[in-house]
Design a protein around this ligand. Sequence first.
Ligand SMILES: NC(=O)c1ccc[n+]([C@@H]2O[C@H](COP(=O)([O-])OP(=O)(O)OC[C@H]3O[C@@H](n4cnc5c(N)ncnc54)[C@H](OP(=O)(O)O)[C@@H]3O)[C@@H](O)[C@H]2O)c1
Length: 249
Amino acid sequence: MIERLHPGPVVTDADDEQLLDWYSAPSGADPWVRFEFIASADGAATVQGRAGGLGSAEDQRVLHLLRRLADVLLVGAGTIRAEGYGGELLDAPGRAWRQRRGMRPRPVVAVVSAHLDLDPASAFFADAPEPPLVLTKDGADRDRRRALERVARVIGVGERAAEPGRILAALGADGHRVVHSEGGPTLFGAFQRAGAVDDLCLSLSPTLAGSDEPRIVRDAPLPAPLGLRLAHVLRADDLLLLRYASGRG
Ligand SMILES: NC(=O)c1ccc[n+]([C@@H]2O[C@H](COP(=O)([O-])OP(=O)(O)OC[C@H]3O[C@@H](n4cnc5c(N)ncnc54)[C@H](OP(=O)(O)O)[C@@H]3O)[C@@H](O)[C@H]2O)c1
């Protein structure tokens, strides 16, 4: 059961349509970027290298609802390597929901990688219902690029790394707008440095994970902290689901 605590009035036992409404993207023309993470109460992004140990069934429910709303599901290569991401990423009710609204059944799945250290035979590519998109640097390793081009569409979007501005321009040129990223920390850092984060959905897990686990962001020294606006607070038992807006643009 998910309860909305803020903004009031309190709503108990929210249904999927209410949740989809509360998480909807504002209208507009430019690509809009949401990052979604889970962290422990003491700030860890993983337990023994995976985010899964922090979540709950209700957190997974929201994750699937957020995927419904996305044109593009954007993920860093490190997250694919750690978490797998093979096969269908959106459940059947989610695909049917999208089709009823004239959307394609699933979001385009895009992985960001500079080194293209991705196995074309892995489940991420082999079991993908539609060929994923690989966003890389312009001068990426030629042999690896060629191997991946057999199973994916590969685009160069930056000189030394994939640049968020160019990622969004490429996705926008394909007609996509709502970009939903499930991380990980390095990709979030790149988007923070570029000032390209519109929305952060952060699940706060009722867990203490200890001190050796990474945070949800990496490599993003900002000149000054960026303030966020709290858009909503949901509660699923002891887990909090926080939505923040950055006010970018
Ligand atoms: N708590 C959570 O919600 C959550 C969410 C996601 C992930 N995680 C955890 O985070 C850990 C992985 O961390 P991570 O920082 O490695 O994740 P990541 O950001 O998904 O992956 C980093 C890798 O992605 C590629 N990449 C990211 N930004 C890039 C850019 N601008 N240009 C080109 N390539 C870029 C690079 O791949 P190449 O090396 O191939 O060039 C880089 O090594 C895992 O343990 C995972 O479980 C936690």
